[in-house]
Design a protein around this ligand. Structure first.
Ligand code: SAM
Ligand code: CA
Length: 247
């Protein structure tokens, strides 16, 4: 698949409530979570952005509302101030982050596609959060190389959310481990990859799922043996692996 790590979709957004966005065995259970504890507490700006994004043809890429709620709470729990996001799309996880940070908090946000970021930007501006965001258009890897070159950036990020091209996650990790603080977190998204990480080799998988599966498997193996981090793989959304830097 081309630049976007997750697929284009032309059908209406069925996934936005059930199915793809959850690996829970029952759609009804996932719906229960959304209706009982997520939607009633979702900030107005996030609801607005979620509804705008649902109309976009690539809406399958967006972070789900329950994962947005999780990220928002996690960032508050760790008192995050300086953060990074790789893979913005229309900005749902970016907004969840911006809402959680203090007024002088910062998010260095990267995406190869500015157009999609600009779909969500008016909502972020209306919520008075745009000053926290430094958006850079372009591939993340060269930008990370630049950041790593300057030692002043080492160990400066409280939280880094990685939700972009899965075939580069291992490359991102090599750089991010220097940039995140000791005690800080990196969150790698989609680490259960549609549940395909346990599919038999000959299982009928959608093309993009098959293509990226080996990269996700490789990442999961690498994270599991990396002594510089503690990890926790959570079945939220499509799976998120939290990595706490310990050395
Ligand atoms: N976090 C987003 C949200 O909450 O809606 C979803 C991100 S979407 C799954 C993946 C994004 O990664 C796309 O917007 C795509 O343009 C971006 N992307 C793909 N390859 C990239 C790269 N090499 N560098 C930076 N961004 C990239
Ligand atoms: Ca994702």
């Amino acid at each position: 698949m081309a630049a976007n790590a997750e697929p284009q979709q032309t059908q209406p957004a069925k996934h936005s409530e059930v199915g793809h966005k959850s690996l829970l065995q029952s759609d009804a259970l996932y719906q229960y979570i959304l209706e009982t504890s997520v939607y009633p507490r979702e900030p107005e700006s996030m609801k607005e952005l979620r509804e705008i994004t649902a109309k976009h043809p690539w809406n399958l890429m967006t972070t789900s509302a329950d994962e947005g709620q999780f990220l928002n709470m996690l960032l508050k729990l760790i008192n995050a101030k300086n953060t990074m996001e790789i893979g913005v799309y229309t900005g749902y996880s970016l907004l969840a982050t911006a809402l959680a940070l203090p007024d002088d908090g910062k998010i260095l946000a990267m995406d190869i596609n500015r157009e999609n970021f600009e779909i969500g930007l008016p909502v972020i501006q209306k919520a008075g959060l745009a000053h926290k965001i430094d958006f850079r258009e372009g591939p993340a890897l060269p930008l990370l190389d630049q950041l790593v070159q300057d030692e002043k950036n080492h160990g400066t990020y409280d939280f880094i959310f990685v939700d972009a091209d899965k075939d580069n996650y291992v490359n991102y990790h090599k750089r991010l481990i220097d940039l995140v603080k000791v005690g800080g977190l990196i969150g790698y998204d989609n680490t259960l990859w549609n549940g395909s990480v346990v599919a038999p080799a000959d299982a009928p998988l959608r093309k993009y799922v098959r293509y990226y599966r080996d990269f996700v498997l490789e990442l999961n193996k690498a994270l599991a043996v990396d002594p510089r981090i503690e990890i926790c793989m959570l079945p939220v959304g499509d799976g998120i692996t939290l990595c706490r830097r310990v050395s």
